[in-house]
Design a protein around this ligand. Structure first.
Ligand SMILES: C[S@@+](CC[C@H](N)C(=O)[O-])C[C@H]1O[C@@H](n2cnc3c(N)ncnc32)[C@H](O)[C@@H]1O
Length: 269
């Protein structure tokens, strides 16, 4: 099958979305953990990554940490140290604000920077983590290679992400889906595994979360429509209409198995 198209969105385009109403809208739909399934999904990934057995000196890097919702949850529930990395200064300052005064505050640090050039020493993390965000990063091979650099030997790479599903969307539809989300590149379930295997990772587990993704899309569409008047009042009717059109298109594509979501646990030998 032909490769999926990549889109010309730069990191600045993505950052503008999260610095503006886009970030607020996603929080409204998904909560302050801006990924499908919220804290429940964070715990599922955490157990698979072995965080429940982690010692006090365990360091996790969350790439694309956004508002720091997962960072705070992981530090509070599993007692681990978390570095949250995000390219958007507005997200990092909000994450810091929401962490001040928490009993586990000293376990969390936020850094501004890109997952493609991680501001951290080599071999410094026990786990590198990501939730539904690397769809914003065009060059997955470079990202996964950079993660290899900062992971300690026998370190764990644990992430979920939005992916192309088994049914190929016509080009016009996939263009709309990607442009609405400002995604420069999506992988497939196997595509991501291949990127990791090519770089030497051992895949421990992959999971196809297609059905769960479609169910959550139903929920987000419903939440959006219920919040119509609040969104129109806060951001204007045009933004509401654009958001509704985009979310409904993703909901439809999810039910048609054109898009989905996957989970990966891999190990650096
Ligand atoms: C969907 S949100 C992430 C949600 C977060 N993982 C969570 O579960 O709460 C996407 C985030 O990725 C960040 N981002 C996009 N491209 C990035 C890059 N190249 N490096 C670091 N952060 C990036 C954006 O600034 C935004 O805050």
């Amino acid at each position: 099958m032909a490769e999926h198209k990549r889109y010309d969105f730069s990191v600045n385009d993505v950052s503008e979305v999260y610095a503006g109403p886009g970030g607020k809208l996603w929080e409204l739909l998904m909560g302050e953990q801006i990924h499908v399934g919220g804290p429940e999904q964070t715990d599922i990934l955490a157990i698979k990554a072995g965080l429940d057995r982690a010692r006090d000196d365990f360091f996790l890097l969350d790439i694309c940490s956004a508002l720091g919702g997962p960072a705070r949850h992981l530090a509070e529930v599993y007692g681990i140290n978390v570095v949250g990395l995000d390219i958007t200064p507005e997200m990092v300052s909000e994450a810091k604000k929401r962490t001040i005064g928490k009993p586990y505050e000293s376990k969390i640090e936020y850094r501004i920077g890109s997952g493609l050039d991680i501001p951290a020493h080599s071999n410094s993390f026990d786990c590198v983590w990501g939730q539904d965000a690397w769809c914003y990063i065009r060059d997955k091979a470079r990202l996964i290679e950079e993660i290899w650099r900062v992971l300690k030997p026998r370190g764990i790479l644990a992430f979920t992400d939005w992916i192309w599903g088994p049914v190929r969307a016509p080009e016009e539809e996939s263009d709309f889906l990607m442009e609405f989300m400002v995604f420069p590149d999506l992988q497939t379930l196997d595509g991501y595994s291949k990127v990791m295997e090519n770089l030497g990772y051992k895949i421990v587990e992959t999971q196809d979360l297609q059905e769960d993704f479609a169910k959550h899309m139903d929920k987000y569409a419903e939440t959006l429509q219920k919040a119509k008047s609040d969104i129109e009042a806060g951001f204007g009717p045009e933004l509401y209409l654009a958001a509704e059109e985009g979310v409904l298109a993703w909901q439809k594509a999810a039910h048609e198995k054109k898009v989905g979501r996957g989970l990966w646990i891999a190990k650096k030998p």
